[in-house]
Design a protein around this ligand. Structure first.
Ligand code: MN
Length: 319
């Protein structure tokens, strides 16, 4: 253990807040972490080790205010197909985020493949029923907006956004208790650069706010996130952020299952999300698709760690 921690000690250290830094953080909060160690939603089923890799790093370099509560796993039953396993796991994820959201507790969900988002945000939407709309910032290289009918691969991690918007297998679509879980106008999809025509058609027809990578490059991520946050603050009761690590450039985040060149830089993302976890309307963060098997020198798991630190408001914003 000591050796392991020593190896990790050259990671970019999140500064533990000084009294001065702490002063600008509006409320003391505990951030509850839920691992979702499942990769059955992906074609390449090796990303279930993501949560444990991040947890190991956090054990060596704890972040104050962060509490890893539990890690859920899929049934790992060879007799079940991927859909059945996701359908078994998603309600458990939803139950947990619903509980945290209902009690005003901040959370972080760490995947696993991005199909965890079906449970994460359905649970939050369920907790908000009758109170107001849920907004979501979805940062991803892909649209994740297929249905089983349009998906070339059939992989469920290519479908969670469509399901949250009301299209897909009924038992997953209705997890939030209302259909759809999310109103399209309250969804911001940022960093997209790889998608199929049917997904684009679906999201465009629905009126989802899409900011392609080409626009991120011309306007800058900070300006686009600021635009999205201004909208979500004004027009939703609460909102969250789902980060698929493949949104980042593979140079900065090689440890993902579906890398796409030409992505967001780590520094830009960390700066744009710095301190957002302390925002009064923010319910939680999701980090998906971390795959230690494809990582290089722990670059991606360290980035996930830095993302947690930035989210909480530690360290210095990078500009
Ligand atoms: Mn995704």
């Amino acid at each position: 253990m000591v050796k392991k921690c020593k190896q990790m000690s050259d990671t970019r250290q999140a500064d533990i807040p000084t009294a001065v830094q702490q002063a600008h953080l509006d409320t003391p909060r505990v951030f509850h972490v839920l691992g979702v160690a499942s990769c059955v939603g992906a074609s390449d089923r090796t990303c279930q080790e993501g949560p444990e890799a991040l947890r190991a790093l956090l054990k060596c370099q704890p972040l104050p205010d962060l509490r890893w509560v539990t890690t859920l796993r899929d049934p790992q039953d060879v007799a079940m197909d991927a859909y059945a396993m996701v359908a078994a796991l998603a309600p458990r994820v939803a139950q947990q985020t619903q509980l945290w959201s209902a009690h005003g507790h901040q959370f972080v969900v760490v995947g696993g493949d991005h199909s965890c988002a079906i449970g994460t945000w359905s649970g939050v939407a369920r907790s908000l029923r009758g109170r107001g709309a849920l907004g979501l910032l979805w940062i991803d290289a892909h649209m994740d907006a297929h249905t089983p009918e349009t998906s070339p691969s059939g992989a469920l991690h290519g479908m969670p956004l469509a399901m949250l918007l009301g299209a897909g297998p009924p038992d997953l679509v209705r997890l939030a208790g209302t259909i759809p879980a999310l109103q399209p106008r309250h969804v911001w999809l940022i960093g997209v650069r790889s998608y199929e025509a049917q997904e684009q058609q679906r999201l465009t027809d629905l009126g989802v706010n899409i900011r392609y990578m080409t626009e991120v490059k011309t306007r800058g991520l900070a300006a686009i996130i600021a635009e999205a946050l201004a909208d979500l603050q004004r027009n939703t009761e609460a909102f969250g952020v789902s980060v698929d690590l493949d949104a980042l450039d593979p140079v900065d985040a090689p440890g993902v299952g579906s890398p796409e060149p030409g992505g967001i830089t780590a520094d830009a993302l960390l700066a744009a999300l710095h301190g957002l976890g302390r925002h009064a309307q923010v319910v939680g963060l999701e980090i998906a698709e971390l795959n230690p098997r494809y990582d290089l020198h722990q670059k991606t798991v360290r980035l996930a760690y830095d993302l947690l630190a930035a989210w909480i408001g530690y360290g210095h914003p990078r500009t």
